[in-house]
Design a protein around this ligand. Structure first.
Ligand code: OOG
Ligand code: NI
Length: 431
């Protein structure tokens, strides 16, 4: 029996191999990331592994995919379920400064032991095709009709996934087929793309064209985790790779790493085949897929996150140094971050919980900075409902609240302390 965590590790590795063949610059990004991590660990032997072992951090990736319909989301939830990846967090990227016509969740392991074995996660977006601020009725109907004709995930793939989530894994023969089929489902398509259809969608939103302009889906990016993102940014720039103009998320500062910092290099031109109205085909460059890298920090509580959201909304007058305590002790005392506790002999040890999720403003920034044109709303007609509950109904599964997961992890560690330490001097934090 191959357990779900091992299926997940094999899936992440297979996607990385495939993506590295499709987008060689990804391999460069991973190489530079590993060098930065190695150098950082050598220079900071005491603190480098505070938020995860070098082995975990170096192997850690997230992927991003984009789907067309809630039915496709339902199926991908089944596929990811077979790898022990569950929906966590709801992100509405229509509500940000650069509105993108998608809503998103992330599929990831939720159990700390599963995260420790392999933390692979996939940021998953769905096109909001019935949001009339972006798409009029006629276009919505044509998008729906187009998407109804494609099948992203074969019946066998869904069968293996269901069996794996039911039984906690698969026998070796099926495991191999499952991983191969799941990986292939995200391979870049080679069938010619209908040029007029793609262009019509791209005029409204390049993201819509990427999602609904073709008969298959694909990995948009795979993201390695780096210990020093400023240094990574510098080294990539030094190699002549054009990075987007900034690092998303909290700025560099003297305190412990908070939440998530991300940056990317500009989407690369990839040749795709297009079919013209007269039936002839041409090859044209498409810029959609990019390289992203991220540094993960401590998970903030709701109060910590409220400060973060306020500061990030007004970066010009944000005084991070004044608003956040500069140490783990300070964050802990103010109830701003999550920690786990353990006994080591007679000592009580407190470890920070790493942030495993995403940030909506950063995600929208990453989307937007990689588009040649940002379009935004085309009308002010009221937007269709694509709330968390609609997504949950579609996939027939609750979307977990990240704060509740971190809180539960903190409380479980507290409950496991030896009685002498339990509840002594440990502030409790409201869920
Ligand atoms: C997803 C963009 C967001 C992140 O890490 O925040 C994202 C996409 O481009 O499909 O990947
Ligand atoms: Ni990403």
């Amino acid at each position: 029996m191959v357990e779900t965590w091992e299926l997940r590790a094999r899936f992440a590795a297979a996607l990385a191999r495939m993506y590295g063949e499709e987008v060689p610059a990804y391999n460069t990004l991973v190489d530079v990331t590993l060098q930065v991590n190695h150098d950082f660990a050598a220079a900071h032997p005491d603190s480098a592994e505070r938020l995860g072992s070098l082995a975990r951090v170096s192997a850690e990736r997230h992927g991003a995919i984009r789907l067309g319909t809630l039915d496709e989301l339902r199926n991908v939830a089944i596929v990811f379920g077979g790898f022990g990846m569950l929906p966590v967090g709801y992100y509405d990227l229509r509500l940000t400064d650069s509105p993108i016509p998608v809503v998103s969740t992330a599929f990831r392991p939720t159990d700390p032991a599963e995260l420790a074995r392999n933390p692979f996660r996939v940021f998953t977006s769905v096109l909001t095709s019935s949001d009339s601020r972006f798409f009029d009725r006629d276009l919505e109907h044509r998008i729906t009709a187009f998407l109804r004709r494609r099948t992203l995930f074969s019946p066998e793939l869904l069968q293996w996934a269901r069996q794996s989530s039911r039984e906690g894994g698969l026998p070796e023969a099926e495991a191999t087929q499952f991983v191969d089929a799941a990986t292939s489902a995200f391979r870049l398509g080679t069938d010619p793309i209908d040029a007029a259809w793609y262009r019509e969608l791209a005029a409204i939103s390049p993201v819509a064209a990427d999602i609904a302009g073709q008969g298959s889906t694909h990995v948009n990016h795979l993201t390695p985790r780096v210990l020093d993102i400023d240094e990574l940014y510098r080294r990539m720039t030094e190699r002549g790779i054009t990075m987007i103009d900034r690092i998303q998320g909290p700025p560099r500062w003297s305190g412990p790493p908070l939440l998530l910092r991300q940056t990317s290099f500009r989407a690369l031109a990839e040749d795709r085949r297009f079919r013209r109205a007269d039936g002839s085909t041409t090859t044209e460059p498409v810029r959609v897929r990019f390289g992203e890298v991220e540094a993960r920090g401590i998970a903030l509580t709701r109060s910590g996150r409220a400060i973060y959201d306020r500061l990030i909304a007004n970066p010009e007058d944000a005084h991070w140094d004044r608003e956040f305590p500069h140490s783990e002790d300070g964050l802990y005392a103010a109830g701003l971050a999550y920690f786990t506790y353990r006994n080591e002999g007679s000592t009580l040890v407190r470890d920070p919980i790493v942030y495993e999720d995403f940030l909506p403003a950063s995600a929208a920034g990453i989307f937007a900075s990689n588009l040649d044109s940002v379009t935004g709303f085309v009308s002010d007609a009221p937007g269709a409902e694509y709330g968390q509950d609609r997504l949950e109904d579609a996939i027939d599964h609750t979307i977990e609240d990240p704060f509740e997961l971190y809180h539960a992890q903190q409380e479980a560690s507290r409950a496991a302390l030896s009685p002498a330490y339990n509840h002594r001097g440990l502030p409790s934090e409201p869920a």
